[in-house]
Write a protein that binds this ligand. Sequence first.
Ligand SMILES: [Zn+2]
Length: 700
Amino acid sequence: MRTIMKPRVIASAVALAASCARPTPEPTRVATTSSDPGRPPGAAPVNATTQKGIEAGDVNRSVDPCSDFYEYANGTWRAQNPIPEGKPRWSRRGVGREASRQKVRALVQELAAKTDWPAGSPEQLVGDHYASCMDEAAIDAAGISPIAPLLADIDSAKTQADVQRVIRRLHDLGIAAPFGETAAYDNHEPKDFLLNLAAGGLGLPDRDAYLKTEPRFAELRDKYRQHVARVLALGGMPPNATLAAAGGVIALEKRLAEASLDAKTAADPAATEHKTTFAQLKQMAPHIEWDRYFDEARIPREPVNVTEPKFFQQVDKELTTTPVAAWKTYLRWQLLDTASPWLSKAFAEEAFSFKDKTLGGATEMTPRAQRCVELTETLLGEPVGRKYADKYFTPAAKAKAREIANGLLAALKADVSGLPWMAADTKKKALEKLELTSVQLGYPDHWKDLSNVQIRRDAFWANIAQARKFNVDDMRRQMGKPTDRDGWQLPPSSPDAYLDPPLNELVLPAGFLQPPYFDVEATDAVNYGALGSGLAHDMTHAFDATGALIDAMGHMQTWWTDADQREFQNRTQCIMDQYEGYSIEPGVHHQGKLVLNEALGDQAGVHFAYVALKKSMATHPVPMVDGFTPEQQFFLAWAQFRGEAVRIETQRQIVKADPHAVPKFRVIGPLSNLSEFEQAFSCKPGTPMVRRPEQRCVVW
Ligand SMILES: [Zn+2]
């Protein structure tokens, strides 16, 4: 899962050391061979035909599960599905991800095929937006006319005040020239929303591209100049004037780049944190008409975060020193640059040839249908996601995922309450943090009101402008309010998920909650094994070395005692030693310190999910399926979900820099510490999947 660290969140990780205490194995479990081991005495057997088990055909039965569970669990699938050309890794998750993208495409196209949806309905917004994007004939015929009114507005500017008026109009559409707004929250008070005023307005990727003298940068600048000139020409400028005009644009951008942070510093949360009151903002950049800016954007005069004060001082200076004519060319270029990919063919091809090919290394333009689906999903994420959820993520699926999440939280709470090594006060704080954990599943609980967004089949650019404006307004509306914990940073149809540590929030969209991670048709054992273990892994990040630095309210403060820290470090040394012992090829082994947090998350994740499953099975028995007991299904589901194939070249990179272990060791690492696994597959002591009792790592 992706961890979102907001621009100004301190992303430091504490390195842990020390050694692991002796494990305290749990009481032995039910035997593995009974027909329905989860069934309480006297309960009726569950009809095995109604629920799906693990992917039985993926199991490599020629391998002993106690010898190599990674190979046993889904070695057959990997043998039959080699990693496709050009991909570094492959798995059923990869297949599921592509299937989910396919579903979004089919859904959007299906909505676009019908033209009589009620006006303003999610169906109409999505369908007509996509249709307008696909109408290339109309787009080509329109040429530059869709943005002509804005270009005329730029042309009419005569004074510095006019220039600022145009900048404000561009900002309404989310065009960050020369600076822009982004949504964030207060680093020290994450429950408060905070608007970022951020540096922007550069056509090249960063400061270096403007300033470095090496030939490759000089070449890039030359190509950029040609590109800007061609776009200005397409935009109606007389061809003999375009190169000089492009030079003027780049000169202004260069001065702004000089006042910008380099890419590395700009990514440092501490370097970009400057909470600024309205009065201070006026002092920092006195020539920017902030009163008008805030009034027209309808934002209250609350403090904002200025990411790069020096940049804003430079903008202020440029407003008084750069001639209005030069500003006009710059703003004309910025508008054309944003709109080009979605204007007529000549614009789109020019944009592709520089932005995607020269800067991005692309070789071919993505097919238009795919680009139009992606744009629709980006701009109208909620309506697309709403339709996606209607079709692919039923209320029953949401309820099941919720039940699992609640079961995990209960298991964590019970465990923390009984931890022998954690101080009573720390436990109290840990329970408080668990209580405030927000797990968002499938789709938001509240949908945004898009009734003011008008989308027409015959007005592509106007549609884009409407949707962009809605998204900008939606962000501005949050100024001065508490951070919206219902607000998602990904659309519900996304195949990705994220963890936001300061908000103590986990978001798993419907596009992510699909096999082999989650399947409402599958047994609880399968869902706890995959989704449960994965979700519990993320929940425990709130209590690892990094999580110990962020309290329940998202404040950056250590809430563990020194003794807790020491005990924790003692116990986690065991995990570091275990992973140091894992090699991907002779002489190349994992670095314990690097993978500790994630390995610990896997260990704890499987443990808590197992505890939660057993608790649930007391009232909701799980049937045998395909000859596998519920316990076996649980461990197989974990291994099938994690058991990706990865090219050796990629594994070498993972070992060097990735905080996660390679899939093989993510699968077997946690299981070989668990007596429950040993019992589920009746493994004998001394087999590779069974670590000796004195070697086993137990933290939670
Ligand atoms: Zn993790």
